[in-house]
Ligand binder design. Structure first.
Ligand SMILES: Nc1ncnc2c1ncn2[C@@H]1O[C@H](COP(=O)(O)OP(=O)(O)OP(=O)(O)O)[C@@H](O)[C@H]1O
Ligand SMILES: [Mg+2]
Length: 386
């Protein structure tokens, strides 16, 4: 489980460290930084897939994603007595992302590239990466350290160099595979790769979830939900079918779902009271289909360490939201959950859950802050030096 997430100089997140629990509910007004925090998590996930530099480039590179305010706010700027202005830079440009977790935490520091003849002048460069044990990357808790092209691992009281020609645009998580000398790298990579993000189920008339699909065993619903029927059948065969049926009954009393298959083609049938035949996925309303997708995603027989749901209330009627909150709370007993929401009914229902921790975001001088978090009461965090 992630214990804290830390971000520095990424969009509106100038310097933010947030504590995380089993079920995290991220709320806040428009523009408060919810999506930025979500994107920061996605960038971390990209590091383990080898795509962090490309993902940043797609967002406009460092020029666009770097915090656009001054390095620090003076007391005068905060009180409004002085205009907000930047001075000569005191520190080098550094966008930093990290998390503390069991058994290992990880952080990465991206900066401007050293001038070279390359045409890829906007590609950020990975300056440091650290894998550590415990609550933050203090020098004493570091286990693997990368500085530029060099990576070393702790061996008792000394350090052993395990790579000296690393690419500056690729993470150690994808460049080092040495289970003997650096098993921590593999552990962190495997953990991060299992994180699951759900943010855009397709439910439009032409969405693949509405069509029969070739089905194979699908323990993990695809991010766009196209393999819904196969995922449903997989849960029915190797997962908790009772919980699946109860979730349908909880949201749609008197209804049930069955899966039809002709050869390798799978399709979903929705049985509703009062009708002579079941409805196919093509005939379901957007909201019904979307809710079934959530049921399938949250009952996966292979729960990931972290599941991130971005505005799961989209196109659901407010009356369905308490049932969705129960679905989410039950999934939070199997995976750590991160839920970004705007919907007051969903927020109210989730707040009732004991495991739920609300992280309310607000903006002060365009900087995202956690409501109620004072300067000293965030989780402990130390960024490694370059
Ligand atoms: N490079 C940057 N530096 C500083 N602020 C930025 C930067 N890029 C974007 N922002 C600001 O970050 C703010 C938060 O954006 P974000 O998309 O996270 O909001 P949100 O909480 O998801 O809002 P909504 O509810 O509208 O989706 C925006 O107001 C945007 O102007
Ligand atoms: Mg948003």
């Amino acid at each position: 489980m992630l214990q804290s997430l830390a971000v520095a100089n990424y969009r509106s997140l100038r310097e933010l460290v947030i504590p995380l629990g089993p079920l995290n509910l991220i709320t806040g007004a428009n523009g408060s930084g919810k999506s930025n925090l979500y994107r920061a998590l996605r960038l971390l996930a990209e590091t383990a897939q080898g795509g962090v530099v490309a993902a940043l480039a797609r967002e406009g590179g460092l020029p666009s994603t770097l915090w656009a305010g001054p390095e620090q706010f003076s007391r005068g700027m905060r009180s409004g007595q002085q205009p907000v202005q930047g001075g000569p830079r005191q520190q080098s440009v550094a966008m930093k992302l990290g998390f503390a977790a069991e058994p290992f935490g990880y952080c990465i520091d991206l900066g401007l590239p050293t001038p070279s003849a390359s045409a890829f002048t906007l590609d950020p460069e990975i300056k440091t990466e650290t894998i550590f044990a415990g609550a933050s990357a203090r020098p004493a808790s570091a286990l693997v350290e990368r500085r530029g092209a060099l990576a070393k691992v702790r061996q008792g009281r000394s350090w052993e160099v395990i790579a000296s020609h690393l690419n500056l645009y690729e993470s150690v998580l994808t460049q080092i595979s040495d289970p003997e000398r650096a098993p921590e790298v593999q552990t962190v990579r495997d953990q991060i790769r299992r994180w699951r993000f759900y943010d855009h189920f397709r439910c439009d008339a032409h969405s693949p979830a509405r069509q029969p699909q070739i089905g194979t065993r699908t323990p993990v619903l695809g991010h766009d939900g196209q393999d819904l029927a196969a995922a449903w059948q997989t849960i029915a065969e190797i997962g908790n079918i009772r919980a699946l049926e109860d979730a349908v009954e909880d949201a749609f009393p008197g209804c049930r779902v069955s899966i039809g298959h002709e050869g390798c083609w799978f399709s979903l049938h929705f049985h509703q009271p009062g009708l002579l035949r079941p409805l196919s996925a093509a005939e379901l309303s957007d909201g019904t289909l979307r809710y079934l997708l959530w049921i399938a995603a949250l009952h996966t027989p292979r729960p990931p360490p972290l599941m991130v749901l971005n505005e799961p209330e989209t196109s659901l009627h407010p009356d369905l939201l308490p049932a969705l909150a129960r679905l989410i709370a039950s999934a939070a007993t199997r995976s750590q959950l991160w839920v970004v929401s705007h919907a007051s009914r969903l927020i109210a229902a989730l707040r009732e859950e004991r495991s739920c921790q609300e992280l309310a975001l607000e903006k002060t001088l365009s900087e995202t802050e956690l409501t109620g978090q004072g300067l000293l009461d965030g989780p402990p965090w130390v960024w490694p030096k370059r």
